[in-house]
Design a protein around this ligand. Sequence first.
Ligand code: PMP
Length: 353
Amino acid sequence: MPRFRAILDTMPAYRPGKAVVSPDGRSYKLSSNESPYDPLPSVVEAVARAATEVHRYPDPAATALTEALAERYGVPPEHIALGAGSVTVAQQLFETVSEPGAEVVYAWRSFEAYPLLADLAGATSVRVPLAGETHDLAAMAEAITPATRMVFVCNPNNPTGTVVRSGELKAFLDRVPEDVLVVLDEAYREYVRDADVTDGLTVYRDRPNVAVLRTFSKAYGLAGLRVGYLIANEPVAAAVRKTMVPFAVNHLAQAAAVASLAAEDELLERVETVVGERTRVRDALIAQGWTVPVTEANFVWLRLGERTLEFAEACAAEGVAVRPFAGEGARVSIGTPEANDTFLAAAAAFRDA
Ligand code: PMP
């Protein structure tokens, strides 16, 4: 038997959202914050064209995609580092900054992968509890020690959907020592409508220790192809590029991402619809008597405590898969109007039960 690293025995498992089917055959997957829409025909065509070339390795530098992103955001291509989904870019960030004993600060609860990646990297997680479902940036700044190498600010936060506001973020960034990398995880940026939430891309240039993490998995609907990226000043982006496993972003993914940027107007219209549904779902939940934090992402958060798993089961019986965090609450993605209505009916029935 080979000897395995001891950390593997104690690491939390990543629990991906699963689809469920109701006894009468209905299935609505609201557990992974995906786009509820089928891929655009133009994107499917681009993938099909690229499929004829898969006997060759992909462009390791993803030149076309990097250039398309640079143009889209008005940044130099040197500021971009791509990865197989933003979770892989986050792993690359650990590879970039972390050594055994290094501390990584993040809010908790936040994105489930942070503790996992920290464990894998041999880093020590420093979890700062949310205050009222929102990042407590003052406490996070306090939690930084000389051993801290990186801080994640998930904005909007998964799973609560809450945001940190511009003034708070600036005050926080001003306090973080320059040798600590601050990662603004903006996986849900396209869904933000609150004008007082800083777009990381407007601040990173003046801050050598800030990196912005984005993804094609949510608003751009490419979760199944795995493309994410980081935008930061050149030293950070170059260091992260060095940590990429060669050819990590595959040929189909590169083609789909380029096609998605070309069809961005259509995709952002879909985002607008999801944002409208988000308001409708939250208002309806509040009318049912639930407390729902204001969400700027494509999901809502219900703090259910001990009733969380029971709630998830009640939703599953109606074919609605939600994402339960046992003892804490459930995160429910915004789906199609039909999926949302089914979820709302299940939530109402649960309250009345
Ligand atoms: N960051 C956050 C906050 C997320 O919620 C997710 C996906 N659940 C990711 C990053 C990773 O997404 P992907 O790897 O698909 O880009």
